[in-house]
Design a protein around this ligand. Structure first.
Ligand SMILES: [Zn+2]
Ligand SMILES: [Zn+2]
Length: 350
């Protein structure tokens, strides 16, 4: 099998050829049809996440060994079955749920792998889809996506799921409420589409990039705003008559979090999703005065992915722009993503 691997943290990926693994036990070998390139791949590539104030969490400390094959938005065809793998057949086309835990504990058995202390996440802890084959530990992590183009279906496993799960954490919003989405990259744009399908609230999108704001406007944002402007908070509060009732930050940098919290309405909920990194001093009296909730969300559960795929299959979510590229262009694609040159999602095909 052929992979594009990180040889050393932050170094360009190199092509490697290894023996295609034979699935054991309940494992399934998936022949990769497409794999999305996610913003978090940039952090994995660097080998760390920035916690702010000089603190980092490194992939080394999480036991990720080099060379490493990234790629967690995977769609493919079943090409091999372990002796205990049931419920799928050779040739079946499936999306892989990548946020896999130990598979044994009560959390995992309830579908809350994402809360499990043992992470076996495809493409972020164990080898992923920048490859022509990937091993998935159990058939329950493979979901049908019939009726959805493969290049789009794979993006639901992270960018779509992340947006969907964050939206479910904003609480119930009415047609009188505003929802603020900060960051209109792949995940933010995808969340905007899903929010349009799920929520009656008016949706405001903030991004510093005019092209991304234009994409958000085209996708139905009621207002877009340049959050780098000094009057951005004031404008947003005026437009929403008191601030958005909920906000989701798909960037997760100190200035974006501050912008969203400063604008948030009383009783509002702010959800931090983006992993840009950094730290921020927060005025503690704001929490009681505004009666606000600040919480985090990391991707989503297996059931949420199933529900999201059903919504997409019903045609209720407009497609984000997908650019399909050969796996050979993995390095160039990561560079393009880093430089903000990708609108929607780039998807690699082996
Ligand atoms: Zn991702
Ligand atoms: Zn577990």
């Amino acid at each position: 099998m052929r992979h594009f691997q990180i040889p050393a943290w932050g170094e360009p990926l190199v092509e490697a050829h290894t023996e295609t693994p034979r699935p054991q036990g309940s494992e399934i070998l998936l022949q990769v049809e497409a794999c999305g390139v996610c913003h978090s791949d940039l952090h994995i590539w660097d080998g760390y996440f920035d916690l702010g104030e000089g603190q980092k969490v490194t992939l080394d400390s999480r036991g990720v060994a080099l060379p490493f094959t990234m790629g967690h938005e995977i769609v493919g065809e079943v090409a091999g079955l372990g002796p205990d793998a049931t419920g799928v057949a050779l040739g079946d086309k499936r999306v892989a749920y990548p946020w896999i835990g130990c598979g044994q504990c009560p959390l995992c058995l309830a579908g809350d792998d994402i809360m499990c202390a043992t992470q076996q996440y495809l493409g972020t802890r164990v080898p992923g889809g920048y490859s022509d084959y990937v091993l998935v530990p159990h058939p329950r992590y493979l979901l049908e996506y019939d009726g959805i183009p493969a290049g789009l279906a794979c993006t639901y496993a992270c960018s779509g799921l992340t947006g969907y799960s964050a939206l479910r954490k904003t609480g119930d919003l009415t047609a009188q409420d505003h929802l603020l989405i900060v960051g209109a990259g792949g995940v933010g744009l995808s969340a905007l589409h899903i929010a349009k399908a799920l929520s009656p609230a008016a949706i405001v999108v903030a991004d510093i990039d005019p092209e991304k704001r234009a994409a958000a406007e085209a996708a139905g944002a009621s207002l877009t705003i340049d959050n780098s402007q000094p009057d951005a908070v004031k404008r947003l509060i005026e437009h929403t008559q008191g601030g958005p009732k909920a906000s989701i930050d798909f960037v997760g940098a100190p200035p974006t979090t501050k912008f969203a919290i400063d604008a948030l309405a009383k009783g509002g909920t702010h959800v931090i999703v983006g992993l840009y990194g950094g730290a921020l001093p927060l005025s503690l009296p704001l929490f009681p005065f505004k009666q606000m909730t600040v919480r985090g969300s990391f991707t989503g559960t297996l059931d949420e992915l199933r529900a999201l795929l059903a919504l997409a299959r019903d045609g209720r979510i407009p497609q984000i722009p997908i650019e399909s590229r050969s796996l050979d262009r993995a390095n160039e694609t990561l560079e393009d993503l880093k430089a903000g040159r990708i609108i929607g999602r780039a998807v690699l095909t082996p």
